[in-house]
Design a protein around this ligand. Structure first.
Ligand code: SAH
Length: 265
């Protein structure tokens, strides 16, 4: 399965032409970690929602506001109620994006965040990737057809003009619930032909597909998985600088999206 950016037509054909041709109005940006979201919240002067669209008592957070013609929303899984750390990973991401899409009916979901990158596939620290496809690498079910269900390969909405305009790199994203990488994960990531690795993308893609909302992924590389530095240490060292790059890229993407319809992105 070679990486490619030339198969968006499947997705485009599946969507009603009315939805593809109307100006994008409501955008939901899912960001797993508070550090990653804060520069964007400040840049767009978004306000925290106090009359929450979410169930009472959950730690999920929504920031919202208008920017030009766009209703912007940044949603986050928030802090784990017991441990106080960001609720990263697929379970909380799925729940938050499900509740968000149900409540806000966005025209487009953007999953923005950090990721590990593979230098053997051309990734370097600070690169921002647009994901062409997403898949899981830790859902091994060695029974025919269930194996494919486990991998859960899905295409991102084709955003070839964003790719060009923002001069991004393109590659496949592989998702699993661990920051580190076991030998089995590594084999699956290789089979997925992934260039970047995260902990939420494929789960969000699953929900977006169920609820028929187009989704794109902007992933900035904080650590090189096939390099010589320990992942957790490299991730923490680069988090602030790479988050600034992610902020710039998402801001440019939002500017580009303003006034456009899905067919033009
Ligand atoms: N110790 C960190 C934990 C963050 S988990 C902390 O300060 O809280 C890593 C987050 O960044 C996840 O949301 C994941 O999507 C992304 N990420 C960055 N590098 C990754 C990698 N190499 N593998 C998997 N996810 C990565």
């Amino acid at each position: 399965m070679a990486p490619h950016d030339d198969q968006p037509e499947v997705k485009v054909e599946a969507m009603a032409s009315e939805a593809l041709n109307k100006p994008i109005s409501t955008i939901v940006i899912f960001i797993a970690m508070h550090t990653e979201a804060l520069p964007l919240v400040n840049r767009f002067q978004l306000q925290e929602d106090h009359d929450s669209v979410f169930p009472k008592g959950v730690p999920w957070v929504r920031y919202h506001g208008m920017y030009k013609d766009l209703h912007l929303n940044i949603v986050q899984p928030g802090k784990d109620p017991v441990l106080g750390v960001d609720s990263v990973g697929t379970v909380s991401a799925s729940l938050v994006i499900y509740a968000t899409i149900q409540a806000l009916k966005p025209d487009l979901v953007i999953n923005a965040g950090t990721a590990g990158g593979f230098k053997a596939k051309g990734a370097a620290i600070g690169d921002v990737f647009l994901a062409s496809e997403v898949a899981f690498h830790d859902r091994r079910i060695p029974i025919p057809v269930f194996d494919l269900y486990g991998v859960g390969l899905r295409q991102a909405f084709s955003a070839s003009n964003i790719l060009k305009e923002l001069n991004l790199k393109i590659g496949r994203l592989s998702t699993g619930d661990s920051l580190d990488m076991s030998a089995q994960d590594e084999a699956s990531i290789t089979a997925n032909d992934a260039t970047v690795k995260d902990m939420e993308g494929a789960a969000i893609a699953y929900v977006a597909e169920l609820l028929k909302v187009p989704i794109i992924f902007l992933k900035a590389v904080t650590d090189i998985v096939d390099g010589d530095k320990p992942t957790a240490e490299e991730f923490l060292n680069n988090l602030t600088a790479v988050t600034a790059t992610l902020d710039e890229t998402v801001a440019k993407a939002i500017d580009f999206l303003n006034g456009k319809c899905l067919l033009e992105i």
